[in-house]
Design a protein around this ligand. Structure first.
Ligand code: HSE
Length: 426
């Protein structure tokens, strides 16, 4: 039995968890891979930092700081890229595939942006590019949609794809946005700079990878409407609770006879919606298709150990030589904007508590035919601020039309008000 020799690129939270899992499950790995999996190289940025590498991790475990040592080492069968980022990983993955190695990665950004190039090189080289851990960490959703169900007929996918945002939205029930981000950082979920997560872009990268398998062609985040959770306040969530609605950041892919719409947006879901009770850093993916109705996959969507489980599963697949099935190829459909679909919306405007303001807001909405279904404003009891939130539920209207109405707010209100608008998925 030949050893399957791997190099770990990166020994951060996920890399460390992968090393620990390979050490603690070495017998099981041997049985499942049908050959020993050994770690010959570990690449870290800073060689001076103390590292805890498990003693019973099989392999030579040579610690170096240059990824190219591993990428061009003929003894290495596969590189496991766990560094993250975009430009450098693109080069490492490209050169590793070109020099005949398999690649396992948890890096959704590099694949969402450079996937076309990298998947084609893998295909040409007849090498595996494995990326289960890049979407929904512990949830084996890529395996399921690629191999477990017929991909073609899936008409709709709705997913909570970012554990950090889901954790922050949960926390907003008790804390401010800033406190919630800090708590997510303390829990080891959010990065020091949480922009990629809270802007919705991390979810968009994951949706692009799911879409590629479901649609059979490369999808870019530019094909999507991407909105994040910045600006959402605890009062938005409490308004939702009082109307039996739960706020989630969701990625949605929907197909109809006219085309495909894709987007990542904060949405209010009815309390009995299958995704409304997904809590903390869990992810969940709801799939709808004619043959099976609907199914939900749920599990931990972020963190070292949950991600490591999927990375190790991919390492074992690579060691066995299992490749992902080539996606079926469908004719590229027209891209539709999910913001064009009429839906009820929640709207919050923080406005000065002065006579006539409500009439000006109502006038702007009326000018674009936005109907108000419900409206709430509490008395301002603060002695320090003259600003009050007006919270509105609209009748069904497209996000595009609602945005046009908000553009019609007079300059004075536009200056003082940062409207928050959230779609309501029925
Ligand atoms: N930051 C991501 C999340 C995990 O919170 O879901 C890695 O993609």
């Amino acid at each position: 039995m030949n050893d399957f020799r791997i190099a770990l690129l990166g020994l951060g939270t996920v890399g460390t968890a992968v090393a620990e899992l390979l050490a603690t499950t070495r017998d099981e790995c041997l049985a499942r891979a049908e050959r020993p999996v050994v770690v010959d190289r570990i690449i870290v940025r800073n060689l001076d930092r103390p590292r805890s590498i498990p003693e019973d991790l099989p392999g030579k475990k040579v610690l170096t700081s240059d990824p190219m040592d591993a990428v061009h080492d003929p003894e290495i069968d596969a590189i496991v890229e766990l560094v993250g980022g975009e430009d450098h990983p693109r080069i490492w993955i490209k050169e590793a595939l070109e020099s005949g190695k398999d690649v396992i990665t948890a890096n959704k950004a590099v694949l969402a942006i450079h996937g076309e190039e990298l998947f084609n090189i893998a295909l040409d080289q007849k090498k595996g590019l494995y990326y289960e851990a890049s979407v929904a960490a512990a949830v084996p959703v890529l395996q399921v949609i690629q191999q477990g169900i017929p991909a073609g007929p899936v008409d709709r996918l709705m997913g909570i794809l970012n554990g950090t945002c889901n954790y922050i939205l949960d926390s907003l029930e008790q804390n401010s946005f800033e406190q919630s981000v800090e708590l997510a950082q303390q829990a080891g979920l959010a990065e020091a700079d949480p922009t990629l997560d809270v802007s919705g872009m991390d979810s968009a990268h994951k949706l692009a990878l799911l879409a590629r398998i479901l649609l059979g062609y490369t999808v870019s985040v530019e094909d999507m409407r991407v909105e994040g959770i910045v600006g959402i306040d605890p009062i938005d969530l409490s308004f939702g609770w009082s109307h039996d609605l739960r706020l989630k950041l969701v990625g949605v892919l929907a197909r109809n006879g006219k085309g495909t719409s894709m987007g990542v947006m904060p949405c209010f879901l009815n309390a009995d919606h299958p995704l409304s009770n997904i809590r903390q850093e869990d992810n969940a993916i709801l799939l709808e298709a004619d043959p099976f109705g609907s199914l939900v996959l749920q599990g931990k969507g972020a963190g070292g150990k949950p991600t490591a489980g999927s990375v190790v599963a991919d390492i074992l697949r690579a060691a066995r030589g299992d490749t992902f099935a080539t996606p079926f190829v469908e004719k590229r459909q027209d891209i539709l904007d999910p913001g064009a679909i009429p839906m009820r919306h929640y709207l919050r405007l923080d406005v000065p508590d002065r006579p006539g303001v409500l009439a000006r807001v109502a006038g702007a909405l009326a000018s674009e035919e936005v109907g108000i279904a419900a409206l709430e404003q509490s008395e301002n009891l603060s002695t320090k601020s003259n600003i009050v939130p007006i919270q509105i539920l609209t009748h069904p209207v497209s996000t595009i039309q609602l945005d046009k109405a908000l553009e019609r707010l007079d300059e004075d209100l536009k200056r003082t008000t940062s409207p928050v608008r959230i779609r309501i998925e029925e």
